[in-house]
Design a binder for this molecule. Sequence first.
Ligand SMILES: Cc1ncc(COP(=O)(O)O)c(C=O)c1O
Length: 375
Amino acid sequence: MSKLPNISTSIFSVMSKLAADHNAINLSQGFPNFTVDERLKNIVAQLVHQEVHQYTPMSGYPPLLQKIAQLTKKQYNRIVIPESEILITTGATQGIFTTIQALVNKEDEVIILDPSYDSYEPSVLLANGIPVRIPLNDDYTPNWGNIEKACSSKTRMIIINNPHNPTGKILNASDFEKLEGILENFPQILILSDEVYEYITFEEKHISAHTRKKLLNRCITASSFGKSFHVTGWKVGYIIAPEHLMNEIKKVHQFLVFSVNSLAQAAISDYLDIVSIEEIRSFYKEKRDYFRQLLQNSRFKLLPCEGTYFQVVSYAAISDENDVDFCKRLVKEYGVAAIPISTFYNNAKDLKLIRFCFAKDNQTLEAAAEKLCLL
Ligand SMILES: Cc1ncc(COP(=O)(O)O)c(C=O)c1O
């Protein structure tokens, strides 16, 4: 019997394959197509000749753990203990999966806010937990009233994703105050804060769970070097959690992965000495503004994009097809691949919205926009 009877191939794989089959411009899956920083490539080239090819300690390559602690202090003014509170993972995905396996027990409820990233629910189901999916408001702010109503003694975890994929929304201080207020009545509830787009916010600064003192003892944050440094294929990320939670997470991690690619860890460690985190924001702001400008004269309606490298658009003025059919037609007839937003809901809610990834070189964005303006 299948352990995940209702789960099929992820929409990201489906759309990327369709894009390849039709030789279409792929703005579906969230990965950059521009070249990686030459400095990072050179670091890898040099490290290849050094002895960094064996297992690292389970938590991670020690210099990298130190650099992450420094980064967390610099960005969020939070002091973390490298050996006991940081874990390098095979991408944020593995950090999220491992956290859920370690901390969610049979029949524990886990609140997921829809639309949501697709790995959360299967991770909860494989832990024999119960996903409780609560829709965001129409403007994609969390509905704290409904979230509070859903909390009970059975609730073990609330997953937040900030900045948010697919909507590009970010949480503000009042969101955190409401969340912290709810948690006062439920000491057993943990927060899993997926912050893989933490350095990609635009007008407003990202508020990380790391900066919320009331959350620190009950929160696990997930970060992704793949997303931050344009190397998604490396699959290197990390989680930070208080030691009592991290001890449980490491019990699972040691049998799932044990240690993450040593060369990639060493390279990122050296790269952290020279990279400017601030440039990530301005780099993507320029991309966002350019892509939005290119689509200005199209019939797509652009929704606000406060963070991430995703632009959600409404095609309601163009077609009344459902969003999956529309995306398929977009690939086949117009040669551009996008992601239908309904696939981020458990009830496949069709709002005539699709998501484009603008982490692409300008030539690709221009070619895609030219095709999209034909609709
Ligand atoms: C919200 C969110 N979380 C996690 C991930 C996965 O990150 P990683 O590639 O580091 O596993 C993604 C990738 O698209 C994402 O959008």
